[in-house]
Design a protein around this ligand. Structure first.
Ligand code: UD1
Ligand code: CA
Length: 466
């Protein structure tokens, strides 16, 4: 058996999206519609995927190249003259094979298992075409499946269907497996004789019947077949995909406090015994360890979280790494390259950027730490600021193991505070501090005895005069 080739049609504009962006690049659960289709095709075991691009071709190809590299090839359909025409464009790119799977790039809900069932049905029954069918209460817009007994004899497009055919609720989701030898000859016979003056891929069914070939319909759950034509359908499909992702994590040991109000990208990985509170958003390459609690309203993008971490509510983390058993938030902001070692604590209104916080170190309140390397067991007091930017360049702050920074300190970089040194509260520190030293960087305090009492007497006297 020769390997199957898949052709994904993605050249259309998607007029009904009302968008400058090509339809297949619109995102559902954090990834373009087209990638949902390509991923499912790959997962069905088909490694040779040809995508037909046209409208917005450069952007679509760039996305595919970045995500799949050589695992996806593209061909251009310069002018969009119908789904049959798009398939014709792919024909020269289809090498020697037995089966060709044809799918549309705007049907993100399809699953690998149902694709495999289709391939199997085509082979087992030696059909020229096997196609998915499904039943919809509101079939408007879809091609209707016209049957004679078991055999599918035609697909009637919405605009070409007779009133009787429009009553048919069995529709064409647009997923076909075609015997390769039949596809080549049939595509050459397509004629644009229909309401839209287009070459319809769906006419393959009619041609197979004319050639006295078998055409089999494979029933598929309607939850897999929604095509996206407008933004209402995009939202509905996103919801279904979101639920699938959530179910997957639930079965793998994740508790969602409110499983309808969380947004988890398909790419996110989570360990066992994770608890996700409401309104949490997990995106991109985010990886969550085991025994983690993700607090309400937190947003994690491309962030790696170790085992036993607690992220308290309303924390925002992007391209950050949080070591095992650390505690973050509430209201923490971890910006790119914030790296917390194990057992670190970062609290409310603390912002970290390009900063490593060592094992067991703490910055619990109101601080900005940027371009800093902070050792183990360091205490950063409330209100501490690294002055990392002089208006031209960024400079680094280094706090060695065991350093204690008193509250409201201003650390002017470049700066190095050595092991176990203390920085007095309210200091402006501009010079290196040696190990075990105490650095004061503030005006000395003067107390004027009795002066407050004198002030009050003067105020009383002034009042008495008016
Ligand atoms: C198509 C089917 C219809 C089916 C429905 C399922 C045909 C003629 N009709 O209708 O039977 O019920 O899908 O969703 O096939 N495309 C190209 N080049 C073109 C035209 C389209 O690549 O010249 C691509 C589009 O990018 C899209 C897909 O083919 O991904 C389907 O095109 P669309 O215009 O959405 O077809 P429908 O009218 O939905
Ligand atoms: Ca469509």
């Amino acid at each position: 058996m020769k390997p199957t080739v898949a052709v994904v049609l993605a050249a259309g504009k998607g007029t009904r999206m009302k968008s400058a962006l090509p339809k297949v690049l619109h995102e559902a659960c954090g990834q373009p519609l087209l990638t949902w289709v390509v991923d499912s095709v790959h997962q069905a075991g088909i490694n040779d995927v040809v995508v037909v691009t046209g409208h917005g071709s450069d952007a679509v190809r760039a996305m595919l190249q970045q995500r799949y590299g050589a695992r996806v090839r593209t061909v251009l359909q310069a002018e969009q003259r119908g789904t049959g025409h798009a398939a014709q464009m792919a024909l020269p790119a289809i090498g020697d094979c037995d089966d060709v799977l044809l799918v549309y790039g705007d049907t993100p809900l399809l699953t690998p298992a149902s694709l495999q069932r289709l391939l199997q049905a085509r082979r087992e029954q030696d059909a020229a075409v096997a196609l998915w069918t499904t039943t919809m209460a509101q079939p408007h817009g879809y091609g209707r499946i016209v049957r004679e007994g078991n055999q599918v004899v035609a697909i009637a497009e919405q605009r070409d269907a007779t009133p009787a055919q429009q009553q048919i609720t069995e529709v064409n989701p647009g997923v076909y497996c075609v015997r390769a030898s039949f596809l080549g000859s049939a595509l050459g016979q397509l004629q644009p004789q229909n309401a839209q003056g287009e070459y319809y891929l769906t006419d393959l069914i009619m041609l197979a019947n004319a050639a006295r070939e078998r055409v089999v319909g494979v029933g598929v759950d309607v939850q897999e077949t929604d095509g996206i034509n407008d933004r209402v359908q995009l939202a509905a499909a996103s919801k279904l995909l979101r639920t699938r992702i959530v179910r997957h994590h639930q079965r793998a040991g994740v508790t969602f406090v409110d499983d309808e109000n969380v947004w988890v990208d398909a790419s996110v990985v989570m360990g066992e015994d994770v608890v996700v509170e409401p309104m949490v958003r997990l995106q991109g390459a985010t990886r969550i360890g085991a025994n983690v609690r993700l607090g309400q309203g937190s947003v994690l993008v491309d962030t790696v979280v170790g085992d036993g971490v607690v992220i308290k509510p309303y924390s925002v983390c992007e391209q950050a790494t949080v070591g095992a058993r650390s505690v973050v938030g509430p209201f923490t902001r971890l910006r790119p390259d914030a790296v917390l070692d194990e057992d670190a604590h970062v609290g409310n209104f603390v912002e970290l950027k390009k900063t490593k916080l060592g094992k067991g170190s703490k910055a619990n309140h109101l601080a900005y730490l940027g371009d800093a390397v902070i050792g183990a067991g360091v205490n950063v007091g409330a209100g501490t600021i690294t002055c990392n930017y002089d208006g031209v360049a960024k400079h680094q702050t280094t706090l060695d193991d065991g350093v204690f920074v008193g509250s409201n300190s201003t650390l002017v970089a470049p700066l190095h505070v050595h092991e176990r040194a203390y920085v007095a509260a309210g200091s402006v520190i501009t010079d290196e501090v040696e190990a075990d030293a105490l650095a004061f960087g503030r005006a000395k305090q003067h107390n004027k005895a009795g002066y407050a009492a004198q002030l009050r007497q003067r105020q009383q006297a002034a009042k008495g005069k008016t």
